[in-house]
Design a binder for this molecule. Structure first.
Ligand SMILES: Cc1cc2nc3c(=O)[nH]c(=O)nc-3n(C[C@H](O)[C@H](O)[C@H](O)COP(=O)(O)OP(=O)(O)OC[C@H]3O[C@@H](n4cnc5c(N)ncnc54)[C@H](O)[C@@H]3O)c2cc1C
Length: 400
């Protein structure tokens, strides 16, 4: 057997699995290999919003994410037709916004420093488990391992090979980067990115705020538009986008671009002036399988948050749970992973994923205007309480 553990995919889920595993079982360091098809820093379409839960999980790995260039949002505003609910936290930001090329390259650097080998530029083609191990066929040759971790994201090959008939639950997402004020994108700034970036001039009311707008729901889009502060190579920017869980896919819906165009136009931006990019997010559905003998899925390959499409903190959390599963499997010799899904369900990560799936299954299908007004304007205290108990604060409760 070439390796004990092969991790397929070097995003937050794969890197977190590696880092948590080395924390639990340092003797395995030279028996773990991570394969990544791209080269760091590699582009990854993502708004880069890190919740406090993500930061807690990183802190517990001994990592300080403020080393990565970022913008902080001091409040999150949830809007419906011009009014809504703002959430802020005492003495800290609600969201830290990073760029994924920088964040993932930083996390990969930390993983390498911990002694784990990462092989870049290797694309996995086929994953084939048998009774004794798993064969992974790549464009650079074959690898064999006792166990494989499928951390290859929403379009990953591991899930397709392992669970070809399992239903697919994916959201559609579009993203656009603009300057802070309407106008063309500035020419690329120097690359000496500073980690503390000052705000550019942004219209009042949205300065330092992560803005979510649910106005597209009555039109059959089960999601929201967003407008986040961000930075690109040290230059303040805005990251806009639209998220649709596809939970209302059977209804007739406007194309995703139109509501985003409408939202940006309200702020004086013309969508057509900027590059628009799209990528799916596979979301968590409680009945969906997440392992087969000798193979565990983590991160988007297992399922991200259906409510907001948040997946970075979840990916970090899955890595922590998978490391525990691996440690147990190697100490008992049982590689069936038959309890992984049950243990996920009972964990703080599983509880928040279930709560988010449940809430999404209610608030998006109830798409009437009056319901959205009730939710975001009238039931504010209830929404904050539910968010506090069921959606946030799971990172510090995630124990293994
Ligand atoms: C537009 C958009 C905006 C988003 N905004 C946010 C946000 O603000 N906050 C948030 O928390 N989440 C956000 N998400 C979700 C978040 O990006 C994902 O949940 C997160 O990246 C999942 O991490 P992962 O490690 O599971 O997968 P990924 O980050 O997708 O990493 C998978 C890795 O596997 C590699 N890989 C894939 N296939 C192969 C192969 N065959 N062989 C080898 N390597 C392979 C890829 O190159 C990649 O490095 C957003 C997603 C989108 C699309």
């Amino acid at each position: 057997m070439d390796y004990d553990v092969l991790i397929l995919g070097g995003g937050p889920a794969g890197l977190s699995t590696a880092l948590h595993l080395i924390q639990r079982a340092p003797h395995l360091a030279d028996r773990i290999l991570l394969l990544e098809k791209a080269h760091y820093p590699r582009p990854k379409l993502c708004a880069g919003g890190l919740t406090p839960d993500a930061e807690i999980l990183l802190e517990r790995l001994g990592l300080d994410v403020s080393e990565v260039p970022h913008m902080d949002a001091s409040a999150a505003h949830f809007d419906f037709e011009g009014k809504g609910l703002s959430i802020s936290l005492p003495k800290r930001h609600v969201l830290r916004i990073i760029r994924r090329d920088e964040f993932d390259a930083w996390l990969a650097g930390k993983t390498r420093e911990s002694g784990i080998e990462i092989r870049e530029g290797v694309t996995v083609k086929v994953v084939r488990p048998d009774a004794d191990g798993v064969t992974v066929i790549t464009d650079q040759g074959n690898y064999c391992a006792k166990v494989v971790i499928g951390a290859d994201g929403s379009n990953g090959v591991t899930r397709r090979c392992m669970l070809p008939n399992a239903p697919v639950y994916t959201a559609r997402v579009l993203e656009v980067i603009t300057p802070t004020r309407p106008g063309p994108l500035p020419s690329p700034p120097p690359s000496d990115a500073n980690t503390s970036i000052r705000w550019g001039r942004v219209p009042e009311g949205r300065v330092g705020v992560a803005f979510f707008d649910f106005f597209p729901v009555p039109d059959g889009i089960a999601g929201y538009t967003w407008d986040f502060p961000t930075q690109v190579r040290g230059q303040p920017m805005r990251c806009w986008g639209i998220y649709d869980t596809n939970m209302l896919a059977s209804d007739s819906r406007p194309p995703l671009k139109e509501p985003l165009r409408e939202e940006m136009a309200r702020q004086g931006f013309d969508l057509d002036e900027y590059e628009i990019q799209g990528h799916p997010i596979r979301w968590f559905e409680p009945s969906n399988p997440i392992s087969v003998p000798r193979v565990l899925l983590v991160g988007d390959a297992a399922g991200a948050d259906p409510l907001f499409g948040e997946g970075i903190s979840m990916a970090l959390g899955y890595g922590k749970l998978a490391a525990w599963e691996l440690e147990q499997a190697f100490s008992t010799g049982d590689f069936s992973f038959s309890g992984y899904k049950r243990r996920l369900a009972w964990s703080a990560l599983g509880q928040t994923l279930f709560a988010r799936w449940f809430i999404a299954s209610i608030i998006y299908p109830l798409k009437w205007r009056w319901f959205q007004i009730l939710l975001w304007r009238i039931l504010k205290p209830v929404v904050v309480l539910v968010a506090w108990i069921f959606i946030l604060n799971w990172g510090k409760r995630l124990k293994t």
